[in-house]
Design a protein around this ligand. Sequence first.
Ligand code: ADP
Ligand code: MG
Length: 252
Amino acid sequence: MKAPAIRVENLTVSYRGKPAIRNVTVTVERGLRVGLIGPNGAGKSTLLRALVGLLVPDTGRVELFGQPPEAARRRVAYVPQRSEVDWDYPVVAEEVVLMGRFPHLGWVRRPGPEDRRVARECLQRVGMDAFAQRQIGQLSGGQQQRVFLARALAQEAELLLLDEPFVGVDAATEETIYRMLDDFRQEGRTVVVATHDLSRAQTAFDRLLLLNQHVVAYGPPQEVFQPKLLQRTYGGRLTLLEVADQRMVVGP
Ligand code: ADP
Ligand code: MG
């Protein structure tokens, strides 16, 4: 039997001795689109960073495709929150996408014509081919997100981890991202998306992981998307305005 895309066991991760996520245990089978849902500070980014081995856990372990994160690196694409990226870094869009080809290059190899072709194709797929030579700092939020998605595509990763890809993007980009999630499913890839967009959570994902430092629930949306569990995830901060319409608004 094939190892699951993600296996996390009893994971606790701290910053300066203060736990951000506690005892997280979850197994994600291959080919699923998972919505990672939780309020600000819930530990969504921390979990994603721990998955790719950017943070060292206090306790517990992470396996991706049955391997430690370091060994699975080339099979995983991670797109950080936009706020974590240095947009002044002097690169153009195409170069960002070419970075996705690095795992495919040998030692000290430079990207060749084939890599450039793939990069162009990926930019095209997200509707950004016209901006290939534009500095990333001069793109809009939605365009920047598209470029990072193109990089993830160029990597041909089996597991994609997207941290709040809908924040600060336009409606067209939002649609592009949701469409890509469907494509990824067709292609058998596994995707984890940290998101606040509860209105689409039920339809866009195969599983929801409700997180607030610990795992509140993990399962199919029809089991997990319940006022009681969402309330437990968001504490008193969730205002259920239009439950009948299946829309939920997170208010102060
Ligand atoms: P989310 O992505 O769900 O908003 P985070 O994973 O960013 O949550 O943060 C979880 C907790 O860890 C928060 O209390 C946050 O303040 C803290 N935290 C996150 N990053 C750092 C960091 N680099 N140093 C110290 N504390 C951090
Ligand atoms: Mg975050």
